[in-house]
Design a binder for this molecule. Structure first.
Ligand code: ADP
Ligand code: MG
Length: 320
């Protein structure tokens, strides 16, 4: 995949990758939480780490942040170890289980974190970017779930990091708040900074990421643009009626070109194809009586389900 990030901004970051994971593994007893992940993220990319619960997203994120140690493999962030990158103020993070101190106001909370950093952004700017300047004097115990998330976003922003890592940032937000959140996140990336966010919401990956890295069972099963990941899952579905279908018809259809999956219920067939034109031409030649033909594209939803299904055999070739 060509990267278009050069146009995004010209912030001065160390040359090379923003994040590089090689041969990354983390096992908990029998559970292979992260099982050999290779991933390189270029400066300025906005990457969604997408996958169902238990896929290994948080475990990966924790190792990028230096919060847990890999059993094998290596993590570098702008060429440094995670610990060094964190100490240099290069990484801002919003974790899944973070809490706030109930008795501090929003402003006090963000100021406290700003003081831990050598070159923070101005306090008011962090509050504005996170969309919480209007609730800055409110105490944390008076905030809604969505507001708390935005305070945690301000905490992640205030060090003025080059890399922002967000683990399921919108989990407690309603749809409206979620939109607002992504708007402020996007203004942050316009200055050329790198964002990695974990999510199990397909729409978020589809709308807000340049690149989707799909994880399942501790492994990367697809990696590319939204369009590429969608294409990986097998393109289109052809539905049609096959009059008087027999076992013989079934065998015939299964061997048509580009067919990746096939289901026959009575006379109604659903054929998944990576090249629907080729499949359809062959189908009409093989079963001239075929009728009521419908062709539909597989959405990212379909790609997600098919690529994250437990019995899925991995595609021979990833998009990158
Ligand atoms: P995700 O964030 O994608 O939902 P996680 O990285 O949290 O997935 O978890 C991946 C797998 O590792 C899951 O099976 C989870 O139960 C397991 N796991 C995560 N952390 C621990 C831990 N501290 N101890 C034991 N198992 C863990
Ligand atoms: Mg998680």
């Amino acid at each position: 995949m060509e990267t278009t990030q050069a146009t995004r901004g010209t912030r001065d970051v160390a040359a090379g990758a923003a994040v590089r994971l090689s041969g990354l593994r983390k096992h908990y007893g029998e559970v292979r939480a992260v099982d050999g992940v290779e991933l390189t993220i270029a400066p300025g990319e906005v990457v969604a780490l997408l996958g169902p619960n238990g896929a290994g997203k948080s475990t990966t994120v924790d190792m990028i942040l230096g919060l847990s140690k890999p059993d094998a493999g290596e993590v570098t962030v702008f060429g440094k170890t995670p610990g060094d990158a964190v100490r240099a103020g290069m990484i801002g993070a919003m974790l899944q289980g973070g809490t706030l101190l109930d008795d501090l106001t929003v402003r006090e909370t963000v100021r406290m974190v700003a003081k831990l950093h050598r070159t923070p952004m101005p306090l008011e700017q962090a509050l504005r970017q996170a969309g919480i300047d209007d609730i800055a004097d409110r105490r944390a115990n008076k905030l809604s779930g969505g507001q708390k998330q935005r305070v945690r976003f301000a905490v992640a922003l205030v060090s003025d990091p080059d890399l922002l890592v967000l683990d399921e940032p919108t989990a407690a937000m309603d749809v409206g708040t979620r939109r607002e959140f992504w708007k402020s996140m996007y203004s942050f990336t316009e200055s050329g900074r790198t964002v990695l966010f974990a999510t199990h919401y397909l729409e978020e990956a589809e709308e807000f990421a340049d690149r989707v890295v799909l994880m399942r069972s501790g492994r990367v099963v697809a990696d590319g643009s939204v369009a590429q990941v969608r294409a990986l899952a097998g393109g289109r579905t052809i539905r049609a009626v096959l009059p008087d279908a027999t076992g013989e018809t079934e065998r015939l259809v299964a061997t048509l070109p580009a067919v990746t999956d096939f289901e026959l219920r009575g006379e109604r067939a659903a054929i998944s194809s990576s090249d629907s034109d080729a499949t359809l031409r062959a189908l009409m030649a093989a079963v001239p009586a075929v009728h009521d033909i419908e062709i539909s594209a597989v959405g990212l939803e379909g790609a997600f389900l098919s690529l994250t299904a437990e019995d899925h055999t991995e595609p021979e070739e990833a998009a990158r």
